[in-house]
Design a protein around this ligand. Sequence first.
Ligand SMILES: Nc1ncnc2c1ncn2[C@@H]1O[C@H](COP(=O)(O)OP(=O)(O)OP(=O)(O)O)[C@@H](O)[C@H]1O
Length: 243
Amino acid sequence: MTTDAAITVEGLRQRYGDVQAVDGVSFEVSHGEFYGILGPNGAGKTTTLEIVEGLRRPDEGRATLLGKPSWPRDKKLLARIGVQLQASSFFERLTAREQIHTFAELYGISRKRADAMLERVGLTDKADVRQDKLSGGQEQRLSIACALVHDPELVFLDEPTTGLDPQARRNLWDLLRGIQAEGRTVVLTTHYMDEAETLCDRVAVMDHGRILRVGPPAELIGELGAASLEDVFLQLTGREYRE
Ligand SMILES: Nc1ncnc2c1ncn2[C@@H]1O[C@H](COP(=O)(O)OP(=O)(O)OP(=O)(O)O)[C@@H](O)[C@H]1O
């Protein structure tokens, strides 16, 4: 594996009791790449990301972020990555502005920059609304703004559009494209094949804790003579993607 990659992952394995959640996962993400990890519920996407982000120690294998081991955790390295938290991880009863100001304070970032991030995700007019009163799409945008407030080089998004209506998903896609266009590396997990197809430079198709195939969506579709990524999944696993 080359050493100038933004992320390298080698031979990750993670077991929870009887469940082999991650079963020998290796991949590499280049600087500036938009990389998707695609798979159904329980495929092992979140566990893989948590290990790569340095939030979880794997049973086996290793991951590096920006050339440094992600475990043991390195505070300096964590400051260079952004992790989109689930809405349930917000501080309780704070407005959108108070939420992002709190994140900014943790990182020693100015309130001015935090306000600029709210503007960037189109939430300035919702700044005084309590986070639990925001719509699903607005909450997702707030969590992305919080993940970006310290200007990270690498951004991890775990199913950022789950539960959103089609228009809100498309709006969020524009935001995510903009994040990459600024030169950041983006890693995204998703259930949505169309999302992976439209956003990702490359996707890793994952099932039962293993990566079955990696490549640019159009190439995977072409190589397998498939009609869509959904069809790619069907061909690789022998079963329909939709549960
Ligand atoms: N903390 C845990 N304890 C026990 N089992 C777990 C734990 N976390 C995940 N698992 C199991 O490990 C497997 C992989 O889960 P993981 O959350 O990594 O998958 P995923 O692809 O992210 O799924 P989803 O799309 O539903 O979030 C699943 O079978 C899940 O039930």
